[in-house]
Design a protein around this ligand. Structure first.
Ligand code: ANZ
Ligand code: ZN
Length: 839
């Protein structure tokens, strides 16, 4: 009878058994070596999407493999459950953010369970529950006590219709992304975390992260943005409102003789003072504010300025005056909010100088280019100083140092380091987040909530029918007495940025006592996470914040770990073709059918156009629902497909043919697993060798997260087993094959294991041993050359003696033909490699 694997029945049965036996529960007390495997926890948006499936399949293979290699594995799952989408749903669908979120969690948990991931569900957590965020409040207070949290007025993007602060990304062309209202700059008192205290450490720590992608480390490095240079003051030719100098910061003090102007930011105090009597400048400043200056746009934006009519004096020559501009490309919150413009060597300055017809002079030149003028491109390369008085002839590094030394000796400047990293503003005027555990008292100022009163629980009875923060307009919630003096006071109604929630969840997974955030001893047993897997979109913020929290907790003596994630892997996306109807509507894959080269709309029979292969997204309708696919093919085929074909860091195009192929392979394996023949005897040496090389190779591939390579090796082994004649070796290979696929297709593997009459679960079985003797090839291919040209090859036993190789070479039909009667003058033999006949 043709054996057919019934995934729907088998998946559910094994999932139930794993659940009942708590197979994947991690023990804090195990004596085995530990391994913590973690995928970035999902936001409960509604349903699992295929990107999650790919991400979690990868982590699962590693987790299961490490269990098989004798590790006590921690592989937890939880929910990053606070955030805006829940409030949007509340506004649009009139459901409470809490019920919307918890419903989504229930749905997505069930979906994940259907995929058979080896997760320790006993440690499941959701950041929106007081059992989690109450401890976060305690940690916030700990950081507050240690001076790592402070309150500061800062300018924010304020949406006057939604009555909320918007992140920069939520401001589109100066308008709120939801309301469309013109966004205002407002000064608000907000809470900040002192991440800048750790800038140096966070930068240095990157050097220790050998198992992180280079590109992620580079992105973090740029984000932290350490710049070493000179801060110095230009004297103003006339004082403005008591300002007699303009302080500037430059990373290129060596180019100081190339300066042709100075520029200040629109929000600079001198610009503000001048604007009081200058309507044009006031208008220009307004314009700068409206467009905003995100650092990223500076390179490309149109450089604009306003000439103040004032001049500054060059520090090396009291007679040398440079015009002072207010310029849109100068940021107020970087360096000193003012620059010296060196058009010859800075592209922004060059664009600006060309527009306002300012001098452009070269002061750094490579050998032979001393007199070459600078045209459209600023020269940023290496070279030596020219046109620079006492600096002439020096290389840039020495010149930098010489200028800094002079500035320090003469007292007009000093060497300094400037960071791009800013402190982390964590206040959000939102409901669905962790309440900030602070009480504002008119007498005592901000007072931390006493820990015994934690958690500060979000009130349930809130409404979303009017804009603004529901916590703020709740009738009673914010009215409390001051914990210090007992007078009437107000609770903080801002909640924490959800990035705070995800900055320590991996610590809570490792240890979750009810009376404190974690137990440091237990955390130490599991942390750091040995392998973290997630999307590259988190390369900067989430990973930096998580690194910061870990270091901050260490700094205040709560934890003894510096880096939370030893290994990081960022997986590629799952993509799919897109389809469009003639009227421009996007069509989903199940609305169309491909007929040859044509794509046809099923309902109407009309032609549709085939668009690009793109990341699956609801807006383009090019999504496949994991549930549908699991229903059709079972979890294992889906998992297998997610791991095959593409290297894990690359995008994986979802195709019907791909999942079909995976499904066929699952069935091929199932038929093979039925072919163990206890009666078959005899060895099959080549098959033994193939098997052991595969065991070894697959293990290495899984550890390197090269899942597609592991899959390819398993295909090859399956082919070899299928072709082999019955033997004891073949039966052993079939049994081992079940173990090899167990991390990837665990339900199929369990089913086969039971069917083979093996004891226990394959999930608990050890990874097969490798016999090192079988890893070495005992046959080699030897090249035979005539006059250095390849004419034939020999397959011989390794170590075949020289004279035997010579004899075999001369006996080769091809060689005899090639020599055409000539007798070799000399025969060169390199054992195991080649025979060269010289005539
Ligand atoms: C003169 C100069 C000459 C500069 C030159 C660069 C090249 P990074 O490396 O990113 O730190 N700058 C300083 N403060 C600024 C601000 N608030 N807004 C806009 N630009 C500012 O950049 C440091 C350089 O950016 C500084 O060095 C300054 O221009 C400019 F050939 O000074 B430089
Ligand atoms: Zn008080």
């Amino acid at each position: 009878m043709q054996r057919r694997f019934n995934p729907l029945e088998a998946d559910a049965r094994w999932q139930k058994i794993w659940d009942e036996q708590q197979s994947f529960r991690a023990s804090d007390d195990s004596v085995k070596p530990r391994s913590y495997v973690l995928e970035m926890f999902p936001y409960p948006s509604g349903r699992i999407h295929i990107g999650h499936v790919r991400n979690y399949s990868m982590g699962d293979v590693l987790a299961r493999f490490r269990r098989m290699t004798g590790h006590e594995v921690l592989h937890p799952m939880g929910w990053d459950a606070f955030g805006m989408p829940a409030e949007n749903a509340a506004m649009e669908k009139k459901v409470h953010p809490g019920s919307w979120t918890r419903q989504n969690i229930a749905t997505m948990r069930a979906q994940l369970k259907k995929l058979g991931f080896a997760l320790d569900w006993s440690r499941e957590l959701a950041t929106c529950e007081p059992e989690y965020y109450g401890h976060e409040q305690a940690l916030f207070l700990d950081l507050y006590e240690h001076g790592l949290v402070y309150r500061k007025e800062s300018a924010v993007n304020w949406d006057p219709v939604d009555m909320t602060v918007l992140a920069n990304e939520q401001v589109i062309d100066g308008k709120g992304w939801r309301s469309g209202a013109t966004v205002e700059k407002r000064k608000l008192s907000q809470w900040f975390l002192k991440i800048t205290d750790f800038a140096d450490e966070l930068l240095d720590g990157l050097k220790t992260l050998d198992h992180w992608p280079e590109k992620v480390k580079l992105m973090q490095e740029n984000w932290i943005g350490k710049s070493v240079g000179l801060q110095f003051s230009f004297k103003l030719d006339q004082a403005v409102n008591g300002h007699s100098e303009v302080a500037v910061f430059s990373t290129r003090p060596d180019t100081i003789f190339g300066a042709s102007f100075a520029a200040i930011a629109a929000d600079h105090p001198i610009a503000q003072a001048l604007a009081e009597n200058d309507a044009l400048l006031t208008a220009f400043i307004e314009e700068c504010r409206a467009t905003g200056t995100a650092a990223a746009d500076i390179e490309t934006m149109d450089k604009k300025g306003h000439d103040t009519g004032l001049s500054v004096v060059h520090p090396f020559n009291p007679d040398w005056k440079l015009p002072l501009f207010v310029a849109n490309f100068v940021l107020m919150d970087y360096g000193t909010g003012a620059v010296m413009g060196v058009p010859g060597h800075d592209q922004r300055d060059l664009d600006f100088a060309r527009k306002y017809m300012l001098p452009v002079e070269r002061v750094v030149a490579p050998e032979g280019q001393e007199d070459a003028p600078v045209h459209d491109e600023a020269y940023t390369g290496p070279g030596h100083l020219v046109n620079s008085q006492f600096l002439n002839g020096m290389d840039a590094e020495s010149a930098k140092k010489a200028v800094i030394d002079r500035a320090e000796a003469e007292g007009w400047g000093h060497g300094t380091t400037v960071w791009r990293l800013r402190d982390w503003g964590v206040s959000r005027q939102r409901y669905w987040g962790t309440p900030i555990p602070i009480i504002h008292c008119d007498t005592c100022g901000p007072v931390g909530v006493p820990k015994a009163q934690l958690p500060i629980i979000l009130p349930d009875d809130v409404s979303f029918d009017v804009p603004g923060n529901p916590l703020d307009r709740h009738p009673t919630w914010k009215h409390v007495d001051c914990p210090k003096c007992g007078k009437a006071a107000r609770r903080e109604t801002d909640t924490l940025d959800t990035f705070v929630d995800s900055s320590w969840y991996f610590i809570r997974f490792a240890s979750q006592p009810s009376d404190k955030p974690f137990d440091a001893e237990t955390v130490k047993k599991w942390m750091p996470v040995s392998q973290y897997i997630g999307g590259v979109e988190h390369a900067i913020l989430h990973l930096l914040y998580a690194r910061f929290w870990t270091r901050a907790l260490k700094h205040i003596g709560m934890l003894d770990i510096s880096e939370p994630f030893t290994g990081l892997f960022t997986q590629g996306m799952v993509t799919h073709e897109t389809y469009k109807a003639t009227d421009g509507r996007w069509l989903s894959p199940d609305e169309v059918e491909k007929r040859g080269d044509r794509v046809v709309v099923l309902e109407t029979g009309e032609n549709a156009t085939l668009g690009r292969v793109e990341k699956m997204s609801k807006s383009k309708k090019n999504v496949v629902d994991p549930d549908d696919i699991i229903e059709q093919y079972g979890a294992d085929a889906v998992r297998w497909f997610m791991l095959s074909d593409s290297p894990p860091e690359r995008d994986l195009p979802w195709t019907a043919a791909g999942i079909e192929g995976a499904w066929r392979f699952v069935n091929r394996l199932w038929r093979l697993f039925g072919q163990i023949d206890a009666a078959a005897t005899g060895e099959d040496k080549p098959l033994d060798r193939k098997l052991h090389q595969t065991i070894d190779g697959v293990a290495k591939d899984i550890e390197a997260l090269s899942f597609n390579k592991a899959v390819a090796k398993i295909y090859e082994l399956a082919n070899a087993v299928e072709k082999a004649a019955p033997s004891a070796s073949r039966s052993a290979a079939i049994r081992a094959l079940a173990l090899l696929v167990a991390p990837m297709t665990p339900h199929l593997a369990e089913e086969a294991w039971a069917d083979m009459g093996e004891q226990g679960l394959i999930a608990d079985a050890p990874w097969p041993n490798v016999d090192p003797a079988l890893l070495v090839e005992d046959e080699v291919t030897v090249a035979i050359q005539v006059q250095g040209k390849l004419r034939d090859t020999l397959t011989v036993a390794k170590g075949t003696p020289k004279d035997e190789l010579e004899r075999l070479a001369l006996a080769s039909v091809k060689i005899v033909r090639s020599l055409d009667g000539a007798v070799p003058k000399k025969v060169i033999v390199v054992p195991d490699r080649l025979v060269n006949l010289v005539i």
